[in-house]
Design a binder for this molecule. Structure first.
Ligand code: NAD
Ligand code: ZN
Length: 360
């Protein structure tokens, strides 16, 4: 048995207002006056002076505002990379992603594709990236996905939704400033936060569990319980704790795997474009038989925060549609093996998944 040797984010700063230090952090990484820093910023911040006035721009540095309405695509990464190569004399000094999982994943993928030939879709999978990425920095503005610590960047490609998992994917630097999450809308806060909660449940109840994953998963779970079940928490404490929950949840699945909710949610996302956070919630709501305690707690959290999930999103689908979702879900074999065990194929049949999707 050989154990995986994982890279981790080598530098992280944590603290309310730490975003103010961005210039000091990145300035030493500038390669030349022709090698700009490129800031990929969620377009929800366009015109938001509180945030954008603190983005340090010099020489030919640029802000590119990007919509997070759709999750990142391989074609979008390829277009951004081409644009950056055409408009600059030299490779950028760094790519800085400011936003949620969507923007963080884009920043990681663009940094990788600037130094690797071909298309982003060529690298979807495990350990296919050959050259180190351009220096890249992640600055989350919403907490839960763990994309700020993970070794993957999840992209929807022509054939599948799959991550670029590689040693070059993790950020070189992360800035954790919980204050940046203060204006996240309530529903979105819940859905992305539940991504973290579901990471914990899937990791802690998986067959791949080990002391490494458990230690991070339990901490993330406890923080989620404080954030989502204790209404005495101040807004600031809640933001701080959820940001650290996301970090620990991401670390927990590094050395294990996610499970049933993620496998089925990838199917919804591929066919219907359902976004990760809400998609996980729609699926998880029907997974009592796999995660009885986790689902009960989840329902209590929904009640406490008055969250309504969309109903009947699969109501008008035909057999062909169900087959597509089931194919995507079943192709994620490690997730099923983690959730059910080595012999998962005995119980996880196409009919079983169809019946579950029909409830959603
Ligand atoms: P997101 O980035 O899609 O953003 C969700 C919404 O919140 C968007 O409308 C965005 O504009 C808004 N938003 C973000 N910050 C805000 C702020 N401070 N104020 C107001 N609005 C704000 O959401 P997400 O749930 O963080 O990310 C989902 C993506 O993350 C998916 O593409 C998923 O595949 C990916 N993901 C990646 C990993 C990984 O390890 N790489 C893990 C889990 C999920
Ligand atoms: Zn997730």
């Amino acid at each position: 048995m050989s154990y995986k040797n994982f890279p981790m984010v080598p530098r992280v700063v944590f603290g309310r207002g730490s975003f103010n230090q961005l210039n000091d952090i990145i300035a030493p990484k500038r390669l030349s006056s022709h090698a700009p820093f490129i800031f990929l910023v969620d377009d929800v911040f366009k015109g938001n002076v509180w945030l954008t006035s603190r983005i340090p721009l010099s020489y030919q540095d640029k802000i590119l505002y990007i919509s997070a309405n759709e999750e990142p695509k391989t074609s979008q990464v390829d277009e951004l990379v081409e644009q950056l190569i055409l408009t600059n004399k030299e490779l950028p000094s760094g790519i800085i992603g400011i936003g949620g999982g969507t923007i963080l994943d884009l920043a990681k993928a663009v940094a990788i594709m600037l130094t690797n030939t071909g298309n982003a879709s060529d690298y979807q999978g495990w350990d296919l990236v050959k050259n180190p990425a351009v220096y890249h920095v992640g600055i989350p503005t919403i907490s839960g996905t763990g994309a700020e610590v993970s070794r993957t960047t999840v992209l929807t490609g022509p054939e599948r939704k799959l991550g670029i998992n590689s040693d070059y994917t993790p950020f070189d630097q992360v800035v954790l400033d919980p204050e940046l999450t203060k204006d996240v809308p309530k529903d979105q806060w819940f859905f992305t936060g539940m991504d973290c909660f579901i990471h914990c449940i899937e990791s802690l109840n998986g067959t791949f569990l080990n002391a490494f994953s458990q230690s991070y998963g339990e901490k993330a779970y406890d923080l989620c319980m404080e954030v989502f079940m204790d209404d005495a928490l101040s807004a600031e404490d809640s933001q701080d704790k959820l940001m650290m929950a996301s970090w620990h949840g991401g670390m927990s699945i590094a050395y294990s795997q996610v499970g049933v909710a993620h496998a089925m949610s990838y199917g919804l996302s591929y066919l219907l474009g359902t976004k990760h956070g809400i998609g996980n919630c729609i699926v998880f709501n029907h997974l009592e038989e796999f995660y009885p305690k986790g689902v009960t707690t989840f329902k209590n959290m929904m009640r406490l925060h008055k969250i309504e999930l969309p109903q009947g999103i699969c109501a008008s689908l035909d057999d062909h549609h169900f087959d597509t979702m089931i194919d995507v879900a079943l192709s994620l074999e490690p997730l099923w093996e983690n959730a059910i065990g080595k012999h998962w194929k005995k119980t996880i049949t196409r009919d079983k998944l169809k019946a579950l999707y029909q409830k959603m």
